[in-house]
Design a protein around this ligand. Structure first.
Ligand code: 13P
Ligand code: SF4
Length: 310
């Protein structure tokens, strides 16, 4: 396929012709964020997917996010520019092993972070995201034991915030687990006025230095509204694009990972490109497909989350 010279215009034309909506996560490449109709965190993206009138949903994010949109919209076509855009956290929770884990705790309610496969959602009672996890756990009666999967760091944070004793699946996000506490402390010494804002998928050794912990949307709002001028941002660096737009006068410093990698990009998120987006829209594929029985089972805990987040 020969690509058009102006991909931005070509994508806008296709979008109109197809009656499509483009939903993007903050960790996408800035060019992709700029062509989206809506940019958000996982909760905002699922709420948008649940309410759209468009005939086609083009998802700029990773597989579990597009899959959630498809679970909510079985009649609509859901396109993901690169089907290999996975998630280390979702991969850390294989369905057969999780079924065995769940069987060991038969009295427990299963609350799963949205970063998991449809098969795990189908085994869950309620889905949550980083923006509503604390509130959802707080809505569960105190004597009800809970399994929290798959992110152990978000799980530990929620346990601390709610005072609940959660049984945790030991999954992690490859981007958030490699932030370095040592390098973060050194950076804070260089920028003593900076506030540290961090995503709850980070390890506890990093989170204990944070002035504010929250979902991507929560971190963006915090940076925008805080009186402070400087921020050390401990999450995937894609969020800086919207932070810079929302707070152009503020100094934003990405936190350093504990390896030689110069950046904090999620390799899965970054598989989507403007070229692949154009081709996905033009060819109407790759498309998300799902087994109907899994979809129906996965829909219930997602709907519960949406009801409990109003
Ligand atoms: P939120 O945008 O919901 O905070 O999720 C972060 C994340 O890691 C998505 O993969
Ligand atoms: Fe998964 Fe982490 Fe990438 Fe989010 S940033 S998609 S949790 S690997």
């Amino acid at each position: 396929d020969r690509l058009p010279d102006d991909l931005f215009t070509a994508i806008a034309e296709l979008k109109q012709k197809m009656n499509a909506v483009i939903l993007a996560h903050y960790y996408q490449d800035p060019d992709l964020q700029d062509v989206a109709d809506y940019i958000g965190d996982s909760l905002g993206l699922s709420q948008q997917a649940a309410n759209t009138d468009a005939e086609v949903i083009v998802f700029l994010g990773v597989h579990f996010m597009a899959e959630t949109a498809k679970i909510l919209n079985p009649q609509k076509q859901v396109l993901l520019p690169d089907l290999d855009a996975g998630c280390s956290l979702a991969d850390s929770c294989p369905p057969a092993e999780f079924a065995a884990f769940k069987a060991k705790h038969p009295d427990h309610l299963v609350i799963s972070y949205i970063n998991c496969s449809a098969a795990i959602k189908a085994m869950s009672d309620i889905i949550c995201t980083s923006s509503n996890a604390v509130s959802i756990v707080n809505q569960i009666p105190a004597d009800q034991p809970i399994i929290f999967a798959p992110d152990r760091n978000l799980g530990r944070y929620v346990a601390e915030q709610t005072g609940r004793d959660l049984v945790l699946w030991q999954g992690t996000c490859m981007v958030h687990e490699i932030f370095s506490e040592r390098k973060l402390i050194a950076l804070k010494q260089k920028h003593p006025q900076a506030e540290i804002v961090a995503h709850p998928e980070c390890e506890p050794a990093v989170l204990r230095h944070a002035d504010h912990i929250g979902s991507t949307t929560a971190l963006l709002k915090y940076v925008q509204n805080s009186d402070r001028q400087e921020f050390i941002v401990v999450t995937e660096e894609g969020i800086l694009h919207q932070m810079r737009k929302a707070a152009p006068d503020k100094v934003l410093i990405p936190a350093p990972p504990d390896n030689d990698c110069p950046c904090n990009q999620c390799p899965h998120m970054r598989l989507n490109t403007l070229e692949k987006l154009y081709l996905a829209m033009k060819n109407r594929q790759p498309e998300i497909t799902l087994d109907e029985s899994v979809r129906v089972a996965a829909l219930q805990p997602i709907q519960k989350m949406l009801e409990m987040s109003r």
